[in-house]
Design a protein around this ligand. Structure first.
Ligand code: C2E
Ligand code: CA
Ligand code: CA
Length: 549
C-alpha cells in the first residue's frame, strides 16, 4: 500500500473535489482519492494496480504511455509537468467528458511517482459552449447572427455570393404587433429558409430586418428560389398579409464581410420600384457609394466651415411680371468636388442626418434676406424636407428664428413637397396649423406629382400650390399637361389657394399660364436663381420702374 510522506497530504487529497491519482513509474495506479471513484465510476479496488490509461481515451492513451516511459525526474525533486491541460477523460461506462489535468512528479524511497489532479469540466464546458452559442446566434430565430455568419461562411471558392433578404415591413410589424408574435413569425421564416437551403449554403439573421444566405450556385437563380419562402403571407390572428422582401446580391469578390456589405448596399439602393425585387450589386453602385461617401464627408465640412451659399430665384406676378418674392435655393461649391447640385446632396443630407443643420442655416439666411428687402410685400420661400417637418424642435426653432429677425412672419413661406402630407396626416396637419399660428405661409411644392387626392387637400391649411415643372415643361404643346394644369388651377381656385407655376422657360408657357389665371410664375424666363446681392439689385431696379398697376 502506498503511503505519502505526510499525513496532511493524504487527508487533503481525501477531501478534494478533484480526482487525485498517484501512479508509479510504469503508470500503475498506487493511490486515488474518493473523488476519483465518483468521477470515473470505477471502485477503489478496481483502480488500484491498473494502468492510468484506463481513464484516458484513445489516441491520448498511447501518447500518455510513451511519455511516462521517457520521463526521468531528478531524484527527490518535485516537478510540475502540466497545469490546466484540457483533455478528455473516460468513465467506466466508456463515456467521455472534458477534464483539466495538472500533473506533478516526485521521487519517494528511490521510486518515481506521478500525481495527477483531474477536474471535471463538464459544467464549465457547457456554460462556455452556451455563451459561445449565444454570441454567434440570434436569439429570436436560432440562426447565426452577423458575427456567426461572418465566422461560418467562408467564401473560399470565388463564385460564392451573399444574398440579402430585407423585410420591408419589419419596423411596422414590430410597432403594431407583440414582440412575441414578431419573434415567432421570424422564427417561422428562418425555418422555412433553412429548409430550402442546399447543403453547402449558410444562412444568418444579420440585422433585425434581414437574413443573409451564402450561396455557391447561380446567385440570381438561388435568389429566385429562396424568394418563394417569403411569398407565403404571414398570419396574425385571422389576418394574413404578404411581405415585401427586397433582395440584394453581392459581387463574388472580397471577404465575407465585404460580400455581406455589398448585398446590403444593393438592398439599400433599391429604388422604390425595385423594393420587393432582386437587385445585384455592381460596379456602378460601388462608384455611386464612393461618391456618396465623399459628398457626405465634404458636406459636413461645408456645414461647419461656411461652405454653403444661398441663391434666390425671383417669383413674378404673371399679370405684370413684377417680382413679388423669391425661392431660396441652396448652393454648394466644394473645392474638390466642384458645384454639387442640391438634387444630389439634399437626399444624402436627409439620409445621414445633416438636413436639420442645412435647413436651419437656410432659414437664418432667408430671414436675413427678407429683412434686407425694403419692400414689405416681398416674401421669400424656404424648402423644408419631410424630415424637418416632423422633427420635434421645428416650431420652437422657427419661433425663435422669427423673433430674432423681427420681420413680419407673413413674409416667410415654407415650401413642402406633396410627399410630406402623405405621411402622418394628423401630425402634419397639427404642424401646419402651428406654422400658420406663427404667421408664416405654406406652399405645396411639386404639386401634381404625388398622390394627394384633391378633396384630401381641403383638410390642410395650405396657402398656395406650386404646379410641378413637369406639367409646365410640356405646355402648351401637350394636351394632357394642359388639361392637368387646368384642373389643378380650378381646384386651387375652389379651395381659395394661390397658384404658382415653376420652371417657366418660354413666353408661350407664360402666356398660357396667364390665360389660365395662374397667379405667379418662376423660371428661367424671368430669372435664373441669382445671388442675394443680385436679387436685391433686381428689386431696386423694379422699385425705380413704376409698374402699370
Ligand atoms: P425645387 O424646390 O423644385 O426647386 C426648383 C428647382 O428648379 C431649382 O433647382 C431651380 O434652380 C430649378 N429651376 C428654376 N427655374 C427653372 C427653369 O425654368 N427650368 C428648369 N429646368 N429648372 C428650373 P435646384 O436649385 O437645383 O434645386 C433642386 C431641388 O433641390 C429643389 O427643387 C429642392 O427640392 C431641393 N432644394 C434646393 N434647395 C434646397 C434647400 O435649401 N432645402 C431643401 N430641403 N431642398 C432644397
Ligand atoms: Ca421648392
Ligand atoms: Ca418644385
Amino acid at each position: 500500500m502506498f503511503e505519502y510522506d505526510s499525513i496532511a497530504v493524504s487527508s487533503i487529497l481525501g477531501t478534494s473535489l478533484d480526482a487525485v491519482f498517484t501512479i508509479d513509474g510504469r503508470g500503475c495506479i498506487v493511490d486515488l482519492n474518493p473523488a476519483a471513484t465518483r468521477m470515473f465510476g470505477w471502485s477503489r479496488e478496481e483502480f488500484l494496480g491498473r494502468n492510468i490509461s484506463l481513464i484516458v481515451p484513445s489516441p491520448l492513451k498511447e501518447q500518455h504511455d510513451r511519455f511516462l516511459a521517457a520521463f526521468n525526474p531528478d531524484r527527490g525533486v518535485k516537478h510540475v509537468l502540466g497545469k490546466g491541460q484540457r483533455l478528455d477523460g473516460q468513465r467506466k461506462d466508456g463515456s467521455k467528458f472534458p477534464v483539466e489535468v495538472g500533473i506533478s512528479a516526485f521521487v519517494q524511497d528511490d521510486k518515481r511517482y506521478f500525481t495527477g489532479f483531474v477536474r471535471d469540466m463538464t459544467e464549465r464546458q457547457r456554460a462556455h459552449d452556451r455563451m459561445h452559442f449565444l454570441a454567434i446566434h440570434d436569439s429570436d430565430t436560432g440562426q447565426l447572427n452577423y458575427r456567426g455568419f461572418c465566422a461560418s461562411a467562408t467564401p473560399n471558392d470565388d463564385p460564392a455570393r451573399v444574398i440579402c433578404f430585407r423585410l420591408e415591413e419589419f419596423r411596422r410589424l414590430l410597432t403594431s404587433y407583440s414582440q412575441h408574435w414578431c419573434e415567432s413569425t421570424l422564427h417561422d421564416l428562418a425555418e422555412r429558409l433553412q429548409a430550402s437551403l442546399n447543403p453547402d449554403e449558410v444562412v444568418g439573421r444579420i440585422r433585425e430586418d434581414s437574413f443573409a444566405v451564402l450561396v455557391r450556385a447561380n446567385a440570381v437563380e438561388r435568389a429566385e428560389v429562396l424568394q418563394q419562402v417569403f411569398k407565403k403571407p404571414v398570419a396574425q390572428g385571422r389576418m394574413h398579409f404578404p411581405l415585401t422582401v427586397t433582395i440584394g446580391i453581392s459581387r463574388a469578390s472580397g471577404d465575407i464581410e465585404q460580400r455581406l456589405h455589398d448585398a446590403q448596399r444593393a438592398c439599400d439602393r433599391a429604388t422604390s420600384g425595385n423594393k420587393g425585387r432582386i437587385n445585384e450589386f455592381n460596379d456602378t453602385m460601388s462608384q455611386c457609394i464612393r461618391r456618396e461617401l465623399q459628398i457626405e464627408n465634404r458636406l459636413r465640412d461645408a456645414i461647419e466651415h461656411d461652405g454653403l451659399s444661398l441663391a434666390l430665384q425671383p417669383k413674378v406676378r404673371l399679370a405684370d411680371r413684377r417680382i413679388t418674392g423669391a425661392e431660396a435655393l441652396i448652393r454648394w461649391h466644394d473645392p474638390e468636388l466642384g458645384d454639387v447640385p442640391p438634387a444630389e446632396f439634399i437626399p444624402l443630407a436627409e439620409h445621414c442626418g445633416l438636413i436639420g443643420s442645412i435647413t436651419d442655416w437656410m432659414l437664418q439666411q432667408t430671414l436675413g434676406e427678407i429683412s434686407r428687402c425694403a419692400d414689405p410685400a416681398i416674401s421669400i420661400a424656404v424648402n423644408f424636407s419631410a424630415l424637418d417637418f416632423l422633427q420635434p424642435g421645428l416650431i420652437p426653432g422657427l419661433e425663435a428664428a422669427l423673433a430674432r429677425q423681427r420681420i413680419n412672419p407673413e413674409r416667410l413661406v415654407i415650401e413642402l413637397t406633396e410627399s410630406v402630407i402623405a405621411r402622418d396626416v394628423e401630425r402634419v396637419k397639427a404642424r401646419m396649423h402651428d406654422i400658420k399660428a406663427l404667421g408664416a405661409s405654406i406652399s405645396l411644392d411639386d404639386f401634381g406629382t404625388g398622390y394627394s387626392s384633391l378633396s384630401y387637400l381641403r383638410q390642410f391649411p395650405i396657402d398656395s400650390l406650386k404646379i410641378d415643372i413637369s406639367f409646365v415643361r410640356d405646355m402648351p404643346e401637350k394636351a394632357d399637361a394642359v388639361a392637368i394644369t387646368t384642373a389643378i388651377i380650378s381646384l386651387a381656385k375652389i379651395l381659395g389657394l394661390k397658384t404658382i407655376a415653376e420652371g417657366v422657360e418660354r413666353e408661350a408657357q407664360a402666356d398660357m399660364l396667364q390665360a389660365l389665371d395662374v397667379d405667379v410664375g418662376q423660371g428661367y424666363l424671368f430669372s435664373e436663381p441669382v445671388s442675394a446681392a443680385a436679387f436685391h439689385r433686381l428689386l431696386e431696379t423694379q422699385a425705380n420702374t413704376p409698374g402699370l398697376a
